[in-house]
Design a protein. Structure first.
Length: 190
C-alpha cells in the first residue's frame, strides 16, 4: 500500500509523511509518495550548465528568480521537486527558505527518460494543470533537450536538440543555447 501525505482529507501542506522520512528525493504525486533516484554526475553537470546559461536572465530587465531542486506544493496531494524552476520576479514577492513554494513556476526543468516513465507522465500532467508555461526536459544520457510550451490543449513541443546542436529555447530564446555546453561537454565553434 502506498504511503500517503497526512490524513486523507488534510489540507495542511505542512503535515509530515505518515510512515516515511521527508527528504529531497521524495515527492508526492496524486497523494502517493514517490522516491526519486539521486542525481548523477551528468545531472549535476546539466544543472550547472543551466545555471550558467540562465544567469544573465536573472539580472536583466524584469528579472527571473531560479531555484535548484525546489519543493513545489500544488495542493494537498502533489509536491514536486524538479531539477530547476524559475519565476518571473514580479510574480513572486518573497521566498521562504523553510516552506514549499505554492506559486506555480513560469519555467521548469525536469529529467526525461526514454521511454518516459509513469511518474514523469504524472509530473507533466501536474505541471500542465498548474499552468507552468515552459517545460524543458533534459536527458543527460542522450545529451538531449526537449522544450515544451503550455497551450490550452496541453504541452506543445517547440524544440528538440541533442549533441552539438544549438537551439533558441523558449522562454529564453533571445540567446542561443549550446546543448553540448549545457551538459558540460566541449563546445567548439565550427
Amino acid at each position: 500500500m502506498p504511503l500517503r501525505w497526512g490524513a486523507s482529507n488534510s489540507t495542511d501542506l505542512d503535515d509530515r509523511l505518515v510512515g516515511s522520512d521527508v527528504d529531497s528525493g521524495t515527492e508526492l504525486l496524486g497523494g502517493e509518495v514517490v522516491e526519486r533516484a539521486p542525481l548523477s554526475v551528468s545531472h549535476g553537470a546539466a544543472v550547472f550548465g543551466l545555471m550558467a546559461f540562465l544567469e544573465p536572465f536573472r539580472r536583466q530587465g524584469q528579472g527571473w528568480l531560479f531555484a535548484a531542486r525546489p519543493e513545489l506544493a500544488f495542493g494537498p496531494s502533489d509536491r514536486c521537486r524538479p531539477l530547476l524552476a524559475g519565476w518571473i520576479r514580479h510574480r513572486i514577492a518573497e521566498v521562504s527558505a523553510e516552506a514549499a513554494l505554492r506559486i506555480a513556476p513560469d519555467y521548469v526543468v525536469d529529467l526525461e527518460s526514454t521511454p518516459r516513465t509513469p511518474d514523469e507522465e504524472r509530473r507533466l500532467r501536474i505541471y500542465g494543470r498548474e499552468g507552468v508555461g515552459h517545460l524543458w526536459l533534459v536527458e543527460p544520457d542522450l545529451r538531449r533537450l526537449i522544450v515544451l510550451r503550455h497551450t490550452t490543449t496541453g504541452y506543445l513541443e517547440v524544440a528538440r536538440a541533442a549533441g552539438s546542436e544549438r537551439v533558441f529555447a523558449e522562454p529564453f530564446d533571445a540567446v542561443e543555447l549550446s546543448v553540448a555546453g549545457l551538459f558540460g561537454d566541449d563546445d567548439e565553434e565550427d
